[in-house]
Write a protein of this length. Structure first.
Length: 335
């Protein structure tokens, strides 16, 4: 197996155990926040009649000097099965030796959180209010026909696989259907413990999206800080705006919204790995066969948002590790 693909897991317990073991090997302190399981409406492992699930935790670890005023924050914010993709990259920073590229002047914050049964973080409207743009104009979402068509096909496949009852769901809000695993209190705690005193912050949010299978897109999403700083620190020309994945949850779970004040500069880069192919669409909606990703035990189904192909996972790791290295170097050299 390719090394990069080995960092990715297919269930909550394995993903968390791998990350904690990697932290323990180098003596990293880990802050852990238990999550709320939206599948049964209670925290922890479920109610009396619910199947036993692996407890959900958001685990946070910091690399580098506590005095560093520059920090790269690896905070994948996707919920559902797609959350395992970002978690694999977070683990890979430690297990893949990427920490050897961390400059003295830069710290790195790793946020490992997986909730395969629903959203991970509060919706954007629950985030702190942002300063009004000049002229008061709200940003406009740039949706293409191809993007909408791909999103519609993906949702139809997911809807069929999950056996949604439209009549039962009519009139209910998304928030009422699936509350997030972690709330604003966790974001506030992470910001207070780890972001205070940082002058330059680069957030990296790894996600999957409905683009062509294995195709990597890098954008500077709205709501994540300065697009100019994102390009400057990574050495990449980054388009701004929105994509199908960037609208699913606030950039980096909304954590950039907790960084304000004079003399502080922040930016976000979202790395989106395309998953759409006829094979994965059939895997998500068709009958179980030997070639289809099977259920993730008690932790929820494996859907097309998180492919199991080794080449796909290896490609995601290569793209993410390159972006992180660029961020380390750009933060250190920016005068």
């Amino acid at each position: 197996m390719a090394e990069g693909a080995s960092f990715f897991s297919d269930d909550v317990a394995t993903a968390r155990a791998g990350f904690l073991a990697a932290c323990d090997r180098i003596g990293l302190r880990v802050d852990s926040f238990p999550g709320h399981d939206p599948a049964d409406g209670r925290a922890g492992t479920g109610g009396a009649s619910a199947p036993v699930r692996a407890p959900f935790f958001c685990d946070v670890a910091r690399l580098g000097s506590p005095e560093a005023t520059r920090m790269l924050v690896l905070f994948p914010a996707a919920g559902g099965g797609a959350g395992f993709a970002g978690a694999g990259v977070v683990r890979g920073v430690l297990a893949g030796g990427l920490i050897r590229d961390l400059p003295r002047e830069v710290a790195c914050l790793l946020v490992h959180a997986v909730n395969p049964t629903g959203p991970a973080w509060p919706p954007a409207e629950d985030m702190p209010a942002q300063p009004q743009r000049p002229g008061g104009a709200a940003p406009r979402a740039d949706w293409s026909d191809g993007m909408l068509s791909a999103a519609e096909r993906r949702f139809a496949a997911y809807e069929q696989a999950q056996r949604f009852d439209r009549e039962r769901l009519a009139g209910r809000t998304l928030a009422s259907l699936a509350p997030p695993a972690w709330g604003r209190d966790v974001l506030e705690a992470i910001a207070a413990r780890h972001l205070a005193g940082r002058e330059r912050l680069l957030f990296v949010d790894v996600r999957t999206g409905p683009g062509p299978f294995g195709e990597i897109e890098r954008i500077a999403p709205r709501g994540g800080g300065s697009a100019e700083a994102a390009s400057r620190w990574t050495g990449l020309t980054l388009p701004g705006g929105t994509s199908a994945a960037s609208t699913a949850a606030a950039p980096s779970g909304g954590l950039p919204a907790y960084v304000e004040g004079p003399g502080r500069e922040k930016a976000t880069v979202m790395l989106e790995a395309g998953t759409y192919s006829m094979a994965t669409l059939l895997q998500a909606s068709g009958p179980i066969s030997e070639g289809r990703p099977r259920d993730l035990g008690a932790d929820g189904p494996a859907i097309a948002a998180y492919p199991r192909e080794i080449d796909w996972r290896e490609g995601l790791w290569r793209a993410a590790s390159d972006l992180i290295r660029r961020g380390f170097k750009g933060l250190a050299e920016d005068k």
